[in-house]
Design a protein around this ligand. Structure first.
Ligand SMILES: *Cc1c(COP(=O)(O)O)cnc(C)c1O
Length: 852
């Protein structure tokens, strides 16, 4: 692109040194009117809230833009070390409210909007979610970026700008229907294109070896079919600190010559088809959470992200450092969000060897000192393996390099454990067999200096199980980084009532230092405080009830206990166990065993992967049970059940504040960490849960008396598997027998005979990996204890306060400080203040890569 020309025209300081924009309500209102009227061309006859949202987004964006530039200048000027978070998913949700909060503009914006008779929260509510992720892993990436900007760490996110995000879920006759999420159909105000940083990505072709001028053997990747990676930058504002970091998202585009070649051959439709073929790469997010489906387009996406990001980073480094790559490894660090971007290990080798003429050892030094890998799951179906054959077709040069990495690695294994061929076979990056596969997790471990799990238990299980051989070889690489969530979005923004109450009581420091919440412990017995806590919770429950009524047509009474499970639908997360408990409660009511009853509203929500039949059937069961229960006059207000369609970030912003009881009931050893559990805790919900993932640490922080624990431990699960007899368990448990009988009798599928048979079969299967029947009795018992506890309002409120008070550990601020302390080693770099002219003319004159 015409970068040089662009830089020259930029030498005039008049272009960039503009006075800072006003932040007072008068200026904001004026700017709003300008955008609404002059820019968007609307007038008073336009009654679409959407355009008011757009106008306000533009006003806020202008304020982000100047801080964004000052942050870039500060990073470039300080020559600081940087980290890059490489992730196929960033589940950002909405940006307007979060930007206003982080810029510290909430009061002024509210007042400005008030003056023109608009409610800014209502405007914020019209924004579409940016759903570029499946669930926890993608939302974690988004929370990480928020915390890094708040901590003023020079961390940049790299991801894919999917044309279609996570599908929208509708429920029809109780079944999940998927609809495309064409979120870029509307103008996206939270990105700016950066054509000047376009990169070229190779696919196909072959490796060609040659001797260079001094006789060294070198390789080039030839006859490839190239695709362009075109970047869009998304601003990531820190909390009231002037910092705006960057998330760079790549879109695939056809190359000009790609089109022309076909076109000149007279094949116009062919050239258009080729263009579509290229652009298909970033068309859609794969909707699988914790499982891989092995489609070649997915590998293309992964390589596309890795290659574009690495080339971009190397190019930026070289322009700032005049082409000198010698201390690249000291100043750069890559964090791989799961194995999805792990092609980066081989791709960085390729770029250094082939493009920058490094020797192997020199290149390996750089790679193995800059790559760090985070594992997110122990589930075997989620472990990525790609057929060698596919690599050969798509990424032949990368496969050469992977073979060489593996050969050298296996030599090390052989030297360490001479003659242990079995170990070499186990640890090989290439899995042998009729269809040889590349084990991406092993590639990531071999190429990285750090390997971490995402909660204490998960990291321990990785070392003892999945990665045991590697842990024996390199114990020093392994570490734990317990996940978190950002309290800016997940408390300040989504629960303004509770946020204000907390700030009134202990000050505002908790917003950037969540440990401060422990001061709330001093207030647990303060009656006035308890009363205000209850009022806030009640308001939030009303807000949630409004959402449930609008989306599900079910009336939730805010006096009842709100019992909530929202997360991806997966057998290991055991929504099935939850609905079996609901059936049990229904059965008790029908049998007249409902004295001393605690009225309960059960909410379940989540998306099932479109190809995951059992998960979709569980959605259907929940909906059918809900219909029967909600329409039974005998049940009345004692029990309500709703399935909330299209669970997403903005829905969770209403759900977490309005929840009394958070369901975290995965089979122990299966949920790596969970982060939904943390959002609920922070908002004062109590947890009913197993000893799994971060639940263990949540219980440690809050104290066992404030947590409803049930179920087998991870060790007991492993042991039980060996002699599991669900039939015997069902027979011995009267409650479970009745529930199974109701299911088998067709009570919940009167006109759909037999549809739930696969579920009944799964519960009765001695090889049920999730041990649903094994944990049922204990789960029911603990629910009964929770129900009794709920009726003691005062004590429940105490426990609720203690949950929020104990949630300090679960801020991503803490998580990021630990990544930085143990892995990245970055310095905090404050942004240059807005309003000071601080361009560096020397830099511009050098013709270096420009700031703008
Ligand atoms: C937090 C969050 C998740 C993760 O929930 P878990 O209970 O940890 O699986 C998934 N989806 C959305 C929209 C979230 O906000």
């Amino acid at each position: 692109m015409n970068r040089k020309r662009f830089v020259k025209s930029n030498l005039c300081p008049e272009l960039t040194d503009i006075p800072p924009l006003g932040l007072d309500s008068t200026t904001l209102a004026r700017a709003f009117r300008h955008y609404y009227t002059n820019h968007l061309g609307r007038d008073k006859s336009c009654n679409l809230l959407h355009y008011a949202y757009e106008a306000l987004a533009l006003v806020v964006r202008d304020r982000l833009m100047e801080r964004w530039k000052k942050t870039r200048y500060a990073y470039d000027d300080s020559d600081c070390k940087r980290a890059y978070y490489l992730s196929l998913e960033f589940l950002m949700g909405r940006s307007l409210g979060n930007s206003i909060l982080n810029l510290g503009l909430d009061d002024e914006v509210a007042e400005a909007m008030n003056r023109i008779c608009l409610d800014y929260e209502e405007l914020a509510d019209t924004e579409q979610d940016a759903g570029l992720g499946n669930g926890g892993l993608g939302r974690l990436a988004a929370c990480f970026l928020d915390s890094c900007a708040t901590l003023q760490l020079p961390v940049m996110g790299y991801g894919i700008r999917y044309e279609y995000g996570m599908f929208r879920q509708r429920i029809q006759d109780g079944f999940q229907i998927e609809e495309p999420d064409h979120w870029l159909g509307a103008e996206n105000r939270w990105e700016i294109e950066r054509p000047e940083y376009t990169q070229r990505i190779k696919f196909g072709g072959r490796s060609e070896f040659y001797a260079d001028h001094d006789g060294t053997m070198r390789c080039r990747w030839v006859d490839s079919r190239d695709v362009l990676a075109f970047p869009y930058d998304v601003p990531i504002p820190g909390y009231r600190n002037g910092t705006v970091n960057t998330l760079r998202l790549w879109k695939a585009r056809a190359t000009a010559d790609f089109d022309l070649g076909e076109f000149n051959a007279g094949d116009y439709p062919g050239s258009v088809a080729a263009k579509n073929e290229a652009e298909k790469i970033t068309m859609v997010l794969y909707p699988n959470d914790a499982s891989e489906n092995g489609k070649d387009l997915r590998l293309r996406q992964q390589y596309f992200l890795a290659s574009a990001s690495l080339q971009d980073i190397l190019e930026r480094w070289q322009t700032i450092n005049e082409g000198d790559l010698s201390d690249f490894a000291e100043k750069n660090c890559f964090q791989l969000n799961d194995t999805h971007p792990s092609c980066a290990v081989a791709e960085l080798m390729r770029l250094l060897l082939d493009e920058h003429k490094f020797g192997w050892d020199e290149a390996w030094q750089v790679v193995s000192n800059t790559m760090a890998y985070t594992n997110h799951t122990l589930l075997p179906e989620a472990l990525e393996k790609w057929p060698v054959r596919l690599f050969e077709q798509l990424l032949p040069r990368l496969l050469d390099i992977i073979y060489e990495i593996n050969a050298r690695f296996l030599k090390e294994v052989a030297a360490r454990w001479p003659g242990d061929m079995e170990r070499q076979r186990r640890m090989s990056i290439i899995e042998e067999g009729p269809e040889p596969m590349v084990r991406m997790a092993y590639l990531a471990i071999v190429g990285s200096f750090s390997v971490n799990g995402v909660a204490e238990l998960h990291s321990k299980l990785l070392q003892e199980g999945l990665f045991r051989d590697f842990y024996e070889m390199w114990p020093e690489k392994f570490n734990n980084k317990t996940n978190g969530v950002t309290q800016r979005r997940w408390l300040s923004w989504c629960n303004k009532g509770l946020g204000s109450l907390i700030s009134d009581s202990i000050g505002e420091e908790w917003v950037t230092d969540l440990g401060q919440l422990r001061q709330l412990k001093n207030l647990v017995d303060d009656q006035a405080f308890q009363k205000r806590w209850q009022e806030v919770k009640f308001d939030n429950k009303q807000r949630l009830a409004t959402l449930v009524e609008a989306e599900c047509g079910v009336l939730f009474n805010p006096d009842a206990m709100f019992d909530v499970q929202v997360k991806r639908i997966h057998e290991y997360k055991r929504q099935l166990l939850n609905i079996l408990h609901v059936i049990h409660l229904y059965d008790r009511i029908k049998r007249g065993e409902a004295e001393n009853w605690t009225a309960r509203c059960v909410l379940i929500g989540g998306k099932a992967a479109p190809g995951y039949a059992m998960a979709k059937l569980i959605v259907k069961l929940i909906n059918n049970v809900a219909r029967v229960v909600n329409n039974d006059p005998e049940v009345g207000d004692k029990l309500k059940v709703a399935f909330l369609p299209n669970y997403r970030v903005s829905a969770m912003e209403v759900i977490a504040p309005g929840t009394d009881l958070s369901e975290q009931i995965s089979t122990a050893g299966k949920e790596a960490s969970g982060t939904g559990n943390m959002k609920f805790m922070m908002n004062g919900a109590l947890t009913i849960g197993t000893l799994d993932g971060a639940n263990i640490e949540i219980r440690e922080e809050v104290g066992e008396e404030n947590f409803f624990l049930f179920g087998l431990t991870a060790a007991e699960v492993a042991e039980t598997r060996r002699h599991y007899d669900p039939h015997a368990i069902i027979e011995a448990d009267e409650n479970l027998s009745r529930v199974m009988h109701l299911l088998q009798s067709g009570h919940f599928c009167q006109f759909e005979a037999g549809i739930f048979d696969p579920i009944i079969g799964a519960i009765q299967n001695p090889f049920d990996p999730w041990l649903v029947a094994a944990d049922f009795a204990d789960y029911v018992k603990m629910h009964e204890i929770a129900a009794v506890a709920y009726r003691d309002k005062k004590n429940w409120t105490r426990m609720s306060i203690l949950n929020t008070a104990g949630s300090g550990k679960f801020s991503t601020d803490r998580t990021m400080l630990e990544y930085n302390r143990d892995i990245w080693g970055l310095q905090k770099v404050p942004a240059h203040p807005v309003g000071e002219a601080k361009t560096d003319p020397a830099r511009a004159l050098n013709g270096t890569r420009d700031h703008e």
